[in-house]
Write a protein that binds this ligand. Structure first.
Ligand SMILES: Nc1ncnc2c1ncn2[C@@H]1O[C@H](COP(=O)(O)OP(=O)(O)OP(=O)(O)O)[C@@H](O)[C@H]1O
Ligand SMILES: [Mg+2]
Length: 511
């Protein structure tokens, strides 16, 4: 049982199930009608046979009287043209007299026991009286002479309705009529009924398929609308959901129409909610951008005055000079922070990039050269492939921003690793992408930080980093720039092989 539950069951479609239900209903109705009408026909046919049997039995009971009296029968002779009319006994003297009477049906069986003598016979298809075999006689004589009509199976002759009676003298009279006529009628009726039911089921299946398909077509259209909406990019930017279920499929009088109109209502609701959210996001972004922008000027003044004061060493005591130095360095740090926040706000707002063909390998050469100066204690390496390799293709991008990506990644490799760490910067063309890798053999990135590495203000050792002037915006900016270029960035924080891999689409040679 658990095995069956574990295996996903292939479910039938609603269409198929509806057609199957209709077919099962049709088949059940046809079967019930068939059984009932066949039973009714059979019992009415047997009723008719029983009536004929009763009169045949009465005739037979009177026949011995005539036999005893030696009266001649007024039956037609053997050569009579009617064929179905019985003829007088033609074989043997122990043929029952009733078989010679007029009006006896073909197949009628008669047995008499009178004065200790047994007479038996039946009329064959030609109306000629034939002897019963001993086995047939045994079956008939084995019946209780109650006068009730019963069905028996006579060897070689088939099913028979039989009545067995005795008269006051104790003479036994048995009369039987064949059921073969009734059976074959019932069989034919049944065959016709099965054929009609089969044709009815085929037509029913076809009709049900056509109707169900037609009735469910609106549901397809509703599903298609939902699928199209599901494929729309709703996660970012201004969202406008123009898709709606067509008017004709939103009639609240039908179930499908209810689904369609509910979907339309939901789409309208989702659209207005997304628009409201987008507006509030835009406001926050604009506020951050404006605030950052406004902060730049006063920060520049603070820096300038701090520098100015420091140039007047003789006018100020030692402590005040040191304090002014701190004011200047903090103002510098705050300026970087404000610049970063402004940049992120602009990238979020989807500000257009200044796109042109950029040689990423060239940028890497410059960045490594700068890194040599900024971090002389690190071992900086550049890897642009073998000498005779084709240089990597350019990318389409904003050169200034891409420079910043390299700067942030290399400054991380410098700031967050100990002196002597080897840093390898490589640029390669891989398929339709240009891949930039910055790899260092430093201490790596711990797992808890790795999962939120690219989030804003995500930093490793908080206290140490804050003291070192790091804010945790560097990688957030890197990802925002790379994403804006239609690229991806992944980090592998393995100690001894920390790698940042940036993939950017290659500039299309034709374009
Ligand atoms: N190459 C690296 N090796 C080890 N840790 C790293 C490396 N690069 C980044 N990290 C970790 O990831 C954190 C986030 O880096 P990110 O550049 O976003 O911020 P930051 O360097 O701390 O600050 P900012 O770049 O804004 O000055 C860092 O604080 C550091 O702990
Ligand atoms: Mg950084």
């Amino acid at each position: 049982m658990s095995v069956a539950a574990a295996r996903p069951r292939t479910r039938w479609t609603l269409r198929r199930r509806l057609v199957a239900v209709v077919l099962v209903l049709l088949a059940s109705v046809a079967a019930v009608m068939g059984v009932v009408s066949t039973l009714a026909l059979r019992s009415s046919l047997i009723g008719q046979i029983d009536q004929r049997l009763e009169s045949a039995s009465q005739r037979a009971e009177q026949a011995p009287e005539r036999f005893r009296d030696g009266m001649p029968t007024d039956a037609p002779t053997a050569g009579d043209s009617s064929g179905t009319e019985p003829t007088p006994p033609t074989t043997g003297t122990d043929v029952p007299p009733a078989l010679g009477l007029p009006g006896q049906d073909v197949g009628t069986v008669n047995v008499y026991q009178l004065n200790g003598q047994t007479l038996s016979g039946y009329l064959d298809d030609d109306g000629v009286s034939q002897q019963l075999t001993d086995e047939q006689l045994d079956v008939l004589l084995g019946l209780t002479p109650s006068g009730a009509m019963v069905t028996v199976e006579l060897p070689e002759l088939g099913s028979y309705r039989v009545v067995s009676t005795t008269n006051d003298d104790g003479d036994l009279s048995i009369t039987a009529l064949p059921l073969s006529g009734a059976t074959s009628t019932v069989d034919k009726f049944l065959a016709v009924e099965i054929a009609v039911a089969a044709i009815g089921l085929l037509v029913g299946a076809w009709l049900a398929t056509v109707l169900v398909r037609r009735e469910l077509r609106p549901l397809d259209r509703v599903a298609a609308t939902a699928t199209r909406v599901a494929q729309m990019p709703l996660a970012r930017g201004e969202v406008e959901i123009a898709e709606r279920v067509p008017e004709q499929d939103t009639d609240p009088g039908t179930e499908v129409g209810q689904v369609g109109s509910a979907l339309n209502q939901m789409l309208g609701h989702v659209e207005s909610a997304l628009t409201a959210r987008h507006e509030s996001e835009t406001q926050v972004r604009r506020f951050v951008a404006d605030a950052s922008h406004e902060l730049r000027t006063p920060l520049a003044s603070i820096r300038g005055y701090a520098e100015l004061v420091q140039r007047l060493p003789e006018d100020l005591p030692e402590d005040a000079l040191r304090a002014m130095g701190r004011v200047e360095s903090e103002a510098r740090r705050m300026t970087t922070l404000v610049e970063d926040m402004l940049l992120l706000a602009r990238l979020d707002a989807g500000r257009d990039l200044d796109l042109q063909e950029v040689d990423l390998a060239g940028l890497a050469v410059d960045a490594v050269a700068d890194a040599h100066v900024a971090g002389p204690d690190h071992d900086w390496r550049l890897d642009l492939g073998e000498e005779d390799d084709e240089p990597p293709a350019p990318v389409i991008g904003d050169e200034h921003r891409l420079r910043q990506v390299l700067l942030n990644l290399l400054s991380n490799a410098r700031v967050h690793t100990p002196a002597g760490t080897r840093v390898v910067v490589s640029v390669r063309e891989e398929g339709s992408e240009v891949v930039l890798r910055v790899r260092d053999d430093g201490p790596g990135i711990p797992e808890p930080l790795l999962s939120r590495l690219f989030l804003r203000f995500a930093r490793g050792d908080e206290s140490r980093n804050r003291a070192a002037g790091s804010t945790g915006l560097g990688l957030a900016i890197v990802r925002a720039v790379v994403t804006a270029h239609g690229g991806t960035i992944v980090a592998d924080g393995t100690p001894g092989a920390t790698t940042f891999t940036v993939r950017l689409p290659r500039a299309d040679p034709v374009a």
